[in-house]
Design a protein around this ligand. Sequence first.
Ligand SMILES: *[C@@H]1O[C@H](CO)[C@@H](O)[C@H](O)[C@H]1NC(C)=O
Length: 331
Amino acid sequence: MAPKINHGEGRTRSSLSLIVLIGLCCFFYVLGAWQRSGFGKGDSIALQITKLAECTDIQNLNFETRHSGLGSLSDLGDSETKTFEPCDDHYTDYTPCQDQNRAMTYPQDNMIYRERHCPTDEEKLSCLIPAPKGYVAPFPWPKSRDYVPYANVPYKSLTVEKAVQNWVHHEGNVFRFPGGGTQFPQGADKYIDQLASVIPIDNGTVRTALDTGCGVASWGAYLFKKNVLAMSFAPRDSHEAQVQFALERGVPAVIGVLGSIELPYPSRAFDMAHCSRCLIPWGANDGVYMMEVDRVLRPGGYWVLSGPPINWKVNFQVWKCTKEDIEEEQR
Ligand SMILES: *[C@@H]1O[C@H](CO)[C@@H](O)[C@H](O)[C@H]1NC(C)=O
């Protein structure tokens, strides 16, 4: 008998839970319908927030930082505000890790002296680098691609030194950058179009590029048009202020060289690397410079080396090199 009774009780229990389940379903259905009708509590909160946002004076927003896990900043050191005095005027162009006097204490082979050499703690300045006299806010892009206020980078040597190559002209109180370069006196646009005829620069295959020995970075400046983002670098050397010009123009650039240490970029970061007569001795040191370019190029990336045809049979006497030197360069 016992199993039978159990069976009966079981049936009663399951029909009871069925009723409860249906009841709950109905309850939540009605609740949902009620909220959706616009009178529910959730909805009224939403309406309230919408109303608040529409209103122009929101006064109760609190922008104080909320996390204090590490203690507030003032707990870290003494809470007095430190003020720094301006450095002497002759520090206008001071770049701590690219100081010419320090550089000259390092070996010149492999461009080691042109790499970053930073001051020791005792040598560090604790003053504010002053802007050049008369410094004004740079022009907004795209005007900045072509014009830089003279007062911001008051150095004319490139306008003379590279006059034929059309890098930069000095015109009154501005520098004008016609988009020329060593290998593209007729302008970067034309040059980039020539590259685009052999490399898929136009269709999104190349999106990032590295310009080694960039000059005033006109190549990078004009690649923006093709949706290519170029990082340019050049050393701080006799070509006065080249990277400074690039930065004032709003073109990404750093002071740097291919020397004895890796470039500060991760491997496979670039779709294209470019050297137009950039004076990097690609054949030297068992090809270590090429290996570094290979490291930062992604597989299938492009390396562009451009220069004029080496008409060495005519030129070697003028260049004061031996036939063997020129042959080596050609190789
Ligand atoms: C871009 O052009 C190159 C060369 O013609 C081709 O190999 C590549 O598939 C193209 N990429 C796209 C995204 O169209």
